[in-house]
Design a binder for this molecule. Structure first.
Ligand code: ANZ
Ligand code: ZN
Length: 807
């Protein structure tokens, strides 16, 4: 019988569908397990074999957990709001709702052919009103908690997409979507106070079973630094200047001060002579992107303001400059410059001939003079040139300087974070309308809960207006409304939420996806959540994964849920490459799964996706290797069919041993996510069984089929019946390993005569000393060695050594 994958796969896919096989039930007696894929954005280009990699992994894992006795929730849905659908709408004139529905149908069809055990009864779509009603509801909670607020601020602006962007959406100074360099623009923005959660978002990383790399990326993104705010008197002004420093110990090394060009004190500090130079420099800076300003290799630029600050301990006058290497949105937007010990300050000082003063040295060493320094000295040594602090270590001096200045009321310990509040508004059409109205009398008023969802209206034109307003602003019937508070005329907010909003909480909704009354039933969420295993690409290390953690903590604080971390374990699959480059439609190097499924069947493709290499490592697509995997499955099928026709009653000892070894290997490798080696274990095992196909018994075949089930589920179901079982193989249990089979049942005994090894003899483990002795003396080499000698002593170390002393 030939392996007809197509027929087998169609048969079992409809069996699963008809029997509701993949439904996850809260009423189950089994312990729960929640395995989640990062749900896809349903793009127009469909799925390629690179996308399959993660889905295959999560499905194999889900099925494995199922066989291990868990009730597995493995849902799927669509992250359907966002720019591409809208850009398509602009280009092709297709309404985003229509285009999105079409793409979803296509994705779903593809995923179904994969034969993954998704519980489709829980499918969700973030762009459907039934779903975004609750995204809006969460926004109202954030607003009520003071975590959503409006602020006039310079935001990242993409001149091509004509929209504001979050810091996370700016990659190397350019728009993440279209690559256009990002500029700054002052706009009134909805912001989320994610910085309130910085400390918790950082600390709680410790408890997560996530790849270290991702944790580190989040920690760096949050960017905590401990330091102090020091306040400097301004010469001739009644005001003071606050700086943020992580190195208060270097206070005696300060030789000048620098403000960000946007700093509010710049105009007051600037003297008439410096007026023109300063305003020219400020204009120049505003035109630059954030990235250009932060580049470390560029020549430092800046202008003297003409003003001075007073050193708090020496009374020295310190010139105040402006320079674009100081950023307005970090710390206080001003620094004390210590060129001897900070590289940026050092370069600036050399550029503008400002003094360099060393205040840290390595103990007992004569350091190069300040004129001869080639770069800043950033080592932790002891203090010099620092009055009362001389001789202290950096750590001691940090503490003492802050304590002393605190006593004078001019210092306070602070913690700086790189994390910024989240710009939570887009001036685009295809997103969740922000559910508030602007009333002349009452200000910003949230829409009443019972009036949700605020529906996205139809528009004629999707193009962003470019005035900073979304296309919604042009729809009078949407904009004009009444104030929920005073019933007077009011205007709706026309900004929409950013693309990330829906994915911040979708993992909760899967527990109760069609609830029209509430966000979800608390009991169901308590049952399924948190997510036990989350699988997706590493590109989401700081965006989605940070936002989702933030929303989870907010909902926890709001007592909507009872846990504060959404994803217990995270796995990042590697990318699929072709000719060394990441597969992508734009590079024209995608391999589509359809043809392969058509030719080989989905079980072959699934198995091949695992076989290409360690799942966390990028892998090169190799069209030839898939043939080998297909042949292997065909061989397995034939072996099972043959063996089933002549099945033995009893398992032989040697088959038992082979079986337990195999189960142990496969289990260990699946648990360790070493799926490529799982496939090799199968290949070896099937080869060994093929040599004795006429001796195979029920136990051996059952075990083989159960173990195969997570990887090639259709073939496994088919074979399960062929070998005489009822129902679905997924109602079976994962085989146990009997350790006794794993130990070798023979031992090798070393025979020594007068300390020299003369022979090694193999005996059954349980052999008695008397029989061992007989074997020893029967050995020809022993006989030669003792021929004319007298035996003085015999010592037997059971199972190991037989010692003879002769004379
Ligand atoms: C004096 C000093 C001496 C500093 C020294 C460093 C080394 P992290 O660790 O990244 O938090 N700084 C503060 N605010 C800044 C801003 N808005 N733009 C650019 N630089 C700023 O960096 C903190 C250090 O970066 C601060 O400590 C300050 O320089 C600088 F040997 O103060 B330091
Ligand atoms: Zn009002």
């Amino acid at each position: 019988m030939n392996y007809d994958a197509k027929t087998i796969e169609a048969k079992w896919q409809s069996y699963w569908e008809e029997t509701g096989r993949d439904r996850a039930l809260e009423t189950s007696q089994r312990p729960k397990y929640y395995c989640l894929d990062m749900f896809p954005y349903p793009s127009g280009s469909g799925l390629h074999v690179g996308h399959w990699r993660g889905y295959v992994l999560s499905d194999v894992w889900s099925r494995y957990k199922r066989l291990n006795g868990y009730e597995v929730l493995h849902p799927m849905g669509w992250d359907a709001f966002g720019l591409p659908a809208e850009n398509d709408a602009i280009k092709k004139g297709i309404h985003p709702t229509v285009g999105t529905a079409r793409n979803i149908a296509n994705f779903k069809e593809q995923l179904k052919r994969m034969g993954a055990m998704f519980d489709w009864s829980r499918e969700i779509n973030t762009s459907s009103p039934e779903y975004y009603k609750w995204t809006q509801w969460i926004f109202l909670q954030l607003f009520d908690m003071g975590l959503a607020y409006r602020k006039e601020m310079p935001i990242n602006w993409c001149p091509s997409c004509k929209t504001g962007l979050a810091n996370e959406e700016v990659v190397d100074g350019a728009c993440e979507r279209c690559g256009t360099p990002v500029t700054k623009r002052n706009m009134n923005q909805w912001m989320l106070r994610i910085t309130d959660y910085a400390e918790r978002l950082l600390n709680d990383l410790d408890d997560l079973d996530w790849p270290e790399k991702v944790k580190k990326m989040q920690a760096n993104w949050i960017g905590r630094s401990e330091g102090a705010e020091l306040s400097f008197e301004l010469h001739g002004l009644e005001k003071r200047l606050a700086v943020f420093t992580t190195r208060p110990d270097t206070l005696y090394g300060v030789t000048y001060m620098v403000l960000a060009p946007e700093h509010p004190l710049v105009s007051e500090l600037t003297t008439p002579q410096q007026q023109q130079a300063v305003s020219e420099y400020v204009t120049q800076t505003l035109a630059k992107s954030q990235l250009a300003r932060q580049r470390v290799d560029k020549t430092k630029t800046g202008v003297f303001t003409g003003g001075y600050a007073v050193h708090p301990l020496t009374g020295e006058l310190l010139p105040i400059w402006i320079a674009d290497y100081v950023l307005m949105d970090y710390g206080t937007g001003a620094i004390m410059a210590v060129p001897a010990h900070d590289q940026r300050d050092f370069e600036f000082a050399r550029q503008f001939q400002l003094p360099v003063r060393r205040v840290i040295k390595m103990a007992g060493v004569q350091e190069v003079s300040e004129q001869n320094m080639q770069e800043a000295d950033v080592r932790d040594g002891t203090l010099m040139n620092s009055g009362p602090y001389d001789g202290l270590t950096v750590e001691e001096a940090k503490r003492n300087v802050v304590l002393d200045l605190e006593a004078k009321g001019i210092a306070k310990r602070t913690v700086g974070y790189k994390l910024r509040d989240w710009v939570f508004a887009r001036q685009r059409y295809w997103g969740e309308p922000i559910p508030v109205v602007h009333c002349e009398r009452c200000g910003i008023v949230p829409v009443k809960e019972e009036d949700l969802p605020v529906l996205l209206p139809d528009v004629e034109r999707y193009e962003p207006t470019g005035t900073g307003e979304s296309p919604l602003a042009a729809i009078e019937s949407f904009v004009q409304t009444t104030c929920p508070k005073c019933k007077g005329p009011a205007k709706r907010e026309t900004d929409t939420m950013p693309q990330w909003a829906g994915s911040c909480w979708y993992f909760l909704r899967f527990a109760d996806p069609h609830n029209a009354e509430r966000l979800f039933d608390r009991e169901k969420v308590d049952y399924w959540l948190p997510v036990d295993m989350y699988i997706g690409g590493v590109e989401h290390a700081v965006l989605h994964l940070l936002y989702a953690r933030f929303f989870t903590k907010v909902l926890y604080d709001r007592k909507v849920i009872g846990f504060h971390e959404p994803f217990v374990r995270l796995f990042n699959q590697g990318m699929m490459t072709l000719h060394g480059a990441k597969m992508s439609k734009s590079k024209g190097n995608v391999v589509s799964p359809e043809e392969l499924v058509e030719k080989y069947g989905t079980d072959t493709l699934r198995m091949y996706e695992l076989f290409v290499g360690p799942p966390e490592v990028d892998a090169e697509w190799n069209p030839r290797a898939i043939e080998g995997v297909h042949r292997f499955l065909a061989r397995t099928y034939r072996l099972i069919v043959d063996a089933a026709a002549q099945m033995q009653k009893q398992e032989s000892r040697s088959l038992g041993k082979l079986r337990h070894r195999f189960v142990q290997q496969v289990t260990e490798r699946i648990e360790g996510f070493r799926f490529n080696t799982v496939v090799s274990a199968f290949m070896e095992y099937v080869a060994a069984l093929s040599e004795q196909s006429e001796t195979l018994d029920q136990k051996t075949l059952d075990t083989l089929v159960i173990c195969l089930a997570p990887l090639a589920p259709h073939l496994a179901e088919e074979c399960w019946r062929i070998i005489g079982n009822q129902g679905s193989v997924f109602d079976a249990s994962w085989p146990e390993v009997d350790e006794r089979y794993l130990v070798d049942d023979t031992v090798v005994i070393v025979v020594q005569i007068n300390g020299k090894i003369r022979d090694r003899i193999e005996v059954a483990r349980e052999t008695e000393q008397e029989q061992v002795r007989e074997r020893v003396f029967a050995s020809p080499s022993v006989q030669t060695a003792i021929a004319d000698k007298t035996i003085v002593k015999e010592v037997y170390v059971p199972g190991k050594i037989f010692n003879l002393v002769v004379r």
